[in-house]
Design a binder for this molecule. Structure first.
Ligand SMILES: [Mg+2]
Length: 356
C-alpha cells in the first residue's frame, strides 16, 4: 500500500464518524448503559423510536460551548460529558419530570480527537446509568473553531408539571443543597489550576460534576406550587419566579445555606461570600415554593431522597402587580427583597452569571 493511501486510511480510521457512532452504540448498550422498556429503536438508525407510556412528554435542550461553559484546561473529557447530561437532567427535575432518553449532538473542534469522544461518553454514561437514562441517538460533526456539545433530554410524568408560575401568596420559598459552591469552585480552578481539586475539592466537584435533583424533583409534584433550577444564580432565578407568579418574594439572608468550604475559600482569597451565594451561577439546585401546609411532606420526601433542603423566605402579594390597571410603563414589577444579616431590607437585583 502506498504511503499516501496508508495515511488516508489512518486518518479515516481515526476520525470515521460511522466507526465512532458504532463505538458509542457499543458503549451505550454495554452494561455501562441503560436499556429502557420504552425504546424500540435506539442508536443506529435515522431516528430513535420510543413507545411512550407516560401521559406527558417533557422535552428540554441545553448545550455546552467551549470557552463559554467549559474550558479544556480546567475540565476533563469525562467531566464535560457528565456535565452536559447533568444540566439537562436538572431542567427536567425542575419540571418534576423523570428523565428517560437523551439525544446527543457533538460538534468537535480541531483540538478534539477520537479518544476524547470515548472518554466524554464514559463520563456521560456514568451519570446516565445512575439516573436510568438511555442515550438513544445523536450526531457527530466537525467544527472549524470551538467545540459545541448539545443534548436533548426527554422525560415523562403522570401528573401536572411544576411550573414557574404556580406560586401563591404566603408560600414558603425553599432550596435544595447549598448555594454558591459552583461559582466558588470555578473561581478556585481559575486561580489555582489543578491544585484547586485538592484544596477545595467539594466546590470544584460542584462546578464540574453538579448533581441534578432527578429523584427529588419528581417527588415535589403535587407538593410544590412552583419550581425552577438554579443555572443563572439565586437572584436571577428568584426574579424569574416572581415575574411568572406576579408575587413579591422576601428572602432572609441569614437562612441561605452556605458550605464551610465556601467560607474558607472566600476568606483565603478575600472574596465576598454573599456575591457567590446570591449571584453565583451553575449550582443546579432546585428553588421552589410550597404552601406551609405541605412542608412536612416535603421534608419527608427530602429525607427519603437524602436531599438537604432549607426554607429561605416567603412570598407575599404586597408587591405584586401594584398599579394594575395603570399603563404598562408605571406598573411596578414584582419585587424580590432581601432581609439582610444586619437587619436592613434591600431590593435584590438580578445579576446575571458570566461563565468565562
Ligand atoms: Mg432551568
Amino acid at each position: 500500500v502506498a504511503p499516501a493511501t496508508r495515511l488516508f486510511q489512518t486518518v479515516l480510521k481515526k476520525m470515521n464518524e460511522f466507526e465512532q457512532i458504532e463505538q458509542i452504540r457499543r458503549m451505550a448498550e454495554s452494561k455501562r448503559g441503560i436499556r429502557l422498556d420504552e425504546t424500540i429503536v435506539g442508536i443506529g438508525d435515522d431516528a430513535a423510536v420510543l413507545r411512550w407510556k407516560s401521559p406527558h412528554l417533557v422535552v428540554t435542550t441545553d448545550c455546552q460551548v467551549e470557552g463559554v461553559h467549559f474550558s479544556f484546561k480546567t475540565s476533563s473529557a469525562e467531566e464535560i460529558g457528565y456535565r452536559l447530561l447533568a444540566v439537562n437532567l436538572s431542567d427536567l427535575a425542575a419540571m418534576g419530570a423523570t428523565p428517560k432518553a437523551v439525544l446527543v449532538s457533538l460538534c468537535l473542534g480541531p483540538t478534539v480527537d477520537a479518544p476524547f469522544v470515548k472518554k466524554f461518553y464514559s463520563g456521560m454514561l456514568a451519570l446516565a446509568r445512575k439516573a436510568s437514562v438511555q442515550i438513544v441517538g445523536g450526531n457527530i460533526s466537525r467544527s472549524k473553531h470551538t467545540s459545541v456539545f448539545d443534548l436533548t433530554a426527554i422525560g415523562g410524568m403522570h401528573a401536572q408539571p411544576l411550573l414557574r408560575s404556580g406560586a401563591r401568596a404566603g408560600d414558603l420559598v425553599a432550596i435544595t443543597g447549598t448555594l454558591g459552591d459552583s461559582a466558588a469552585g470555578f473561581f478556585a480552578l481559575k486561580k489555582l489550576g489543578p491544585r484547586a481539586r485538592q484544596r477545595f475539592g467539594p466546590q470544584v466537584v460542584r462546578h464540574l460534576r453538579p448533581v441534578p435533583r432527578s429523584e427529588f424533583g419528581p417527588r415535589l409534584v403535587g407538593l410544590a406550587s412552583s419550581c425552577i433550577d438554579l443555572s443563572d444564580g439565586l437572584s436571577s432565578e428568584l426574579h424569574h419566579l416572581a415575574a411568572a407568579s406576579g408575587l413579591g418574594f422576601w428572602i432572609d439572608q441569614k437562612s441561605l445555606p452556605v458550605s464551610q468550604g465556601l467560607r474558607r475559600l472566600a476568606k483565603e482569597f478575600n472574596q465576598d461570600v454573599s456575591q457567590w451565594v446570591l449571584h453565583g451561577g451553575e449550582d443546579y439546585q432546585l428553588l421552589f415554593t410550597v404552601s406551609p401546609d405541605h412542608w412536612k411532606q416535603v421534608e419527608k420526601v427530602a429525607r427519603l431522597t437524602q436531599t438537604p433542603i432549607s426554607v429561605i423566605g416567603f412570598t407575599d402579594k404586597q408587591n405584586a402587580n401594584r398599579g394594575r390597571g395603570r399603563t404598562r410603563r408605571t406598573r411596578t414589577a414584582p419585587s424580590v427583597k432581601l432581609l439582610r444579616v444586619d437587619g436592613k431590607t434591600q431590593a435584590l437585583e438580578a445579576e446575571g452569571w458570566v461563565h468565562f
